[in-house]
Design a protein around this ligand. Structure first.
Ligand code: IPM
Ligand code: MN
Length: 356
């Protein structure tokens, strides 16, 4: 019998629904070609829903989503909701609840896409960041004392567990091996200042490395990584790092690969349900105009297929994305593509239809 996958779809806010629709358009074409079935169930979660109902993410929804084979998410964010509420109540809640302990962000400059990095091209910018996704400064440990007084104290601690660090590092080694490019894994830390947390990271990294003699290892401080990502991005193959550093360096990485219209991420629990998203956010100023670039959402769908084990389907999606970026789009920015959001989805789907 043909394989079936239940996909929980969270179109979310702003331009989320527009880009998710194009991702689904492409996914359906690939499913036809590969002979598997995708069953979608949509969930109303996000800032709009919160404004309307006062509900953020109920246990019932959390349980329902958790039964899916994968979660496909557009964007969460609302200009009229105080920062922190939706981020913590939805995005981080899902990452923690489903124990999606890896945030995988491939960084690849495709042909036809401009990078702000001078004299660098597609052969120089092709790496991936494996970001720990459930611990560190994001764990929410800490608090405020003497709130609002001149003696106020705010403490926010970074939580790093041996288990959490090790499973993330292990994933990175495995991923690096599977990726099979330069076979080099770089640990990104700050061992010269954060001497407790990154001591644990470094010791664990060196221990696990012994099991992967085929992978070259390297270490760089997070500030130096920022410098080299701009100066010598070709040095990187896979970078593994903690939650906060991973958050920061992947925004920089998204810029050198062509911007937020391109960058996709996967929140992965290899033993559970994973979530796939374009990392650009809800882009309120472009909402409803049909001018946002759906490529990041389509690439998130590629990561989803890859994680589900549909590798051939995933490579079809990438083939379509590469063709359209190389030959069709004038620019990757919103309103500058020379096509509408929906036309870009059509172009990718049509290419897959004809080419495979
Ligand atoms: C990301 C985002 C989130 C993060 C925010 C929205 C909570 O910036 O996915 O990188 O910090 O992880
Ligand atoms: Mn971020």
């Amino acid at each position: 019998m043909a394989k079936q996958y239940d996909i929980a779809v969270v179109p979310g806010d702003g331009t989320g629904p527009e880009v998710v629709a194009e991702g689904i358009k492409v996914l359906n074409r690939v499913a036809d070609k590969c002979g598997f079935t995708l069953n979608y169930t949509e969930y109303a979660i996000g800032g709009e829903h919160y404004k309307r109902t006062g509900e953020i993410l109920t246990d019932e929804t959390l349980n329902a989503l958790g039964k899916a084979d994968a979660i496909y998410l557009g964007a969460i964010g609302h200009p009229k909701v105080k920062p922190g509420i939706l981020e913590k109540g939805i995005l981080l809640k899902m990452r923690f609840h489903y124990d999606q302990y890896v945030n995988l962000r491939p960084v690849r400059l495709y042909e036809g896409v401009d990078t702000p990095v001078k004299d660098k091209g597609p052969k120089d910018i092709d790496f991936a960041v494996v970001r720990e996704n459930t611990e560190g400064l994001y764990a929410g440990a800490g608090g405020i004392l003497k709130f609002g007084t001149p003696d106020e104290v705010a403490v926010q601690e970074s939580i790093n567990t041996r288990k959490g660090v090790e499973r993330c590092i292990r994933f990175a080694f495995e991923y690096c091996r599977k990726r099979n490019r330069r076979k080099k894994l770089t640990l990104c830390g700050k061992t010269n200042v954060l001497t407790y947390a990154f001591d644990l990271w470094e010791r664990t990294f060196n221990e696990v490395a012994k099991e992967y003699p085929d992978i070259e290892t390297d270490y760089a401080h997070v500030d130096a990584i920022c410098m080299w990502m701009v100066k010598n991005p070709e040095w990187f193959d896979v970078i593994v790092t903690d939650n906060m550093f991973g958050d920061i360096i992947t925004d920089l990485a998204a810029m050198i690969q062509g911007g937020m219209g391109i960058a996709a991420g996967a929140n992965i629990n290899p033993e559970g349900v994973s979530m796939f998203e374009p990392i650009g956010g809800s882009a309120p100023k472009y909402t409803g105009k049909g001018i946002i670039n759906p490529v990041a959402a389509v690439s998130a769908a590629q990561l989803m297929l890859d994680t589900l084990g549909e590798e051939r389907g995933a490579s079809m999606v990438e083939g379509g994305v590469m063709k359209v970026l190389r030959e069709d789009l004038q620019d990757v920015g919103a309103g500058k593509m020379g096509f509408t959001t929906s036309e870009v989805g059509d172009l990718i789907a049509e290419y897959i239809e004809k080419h495979y």
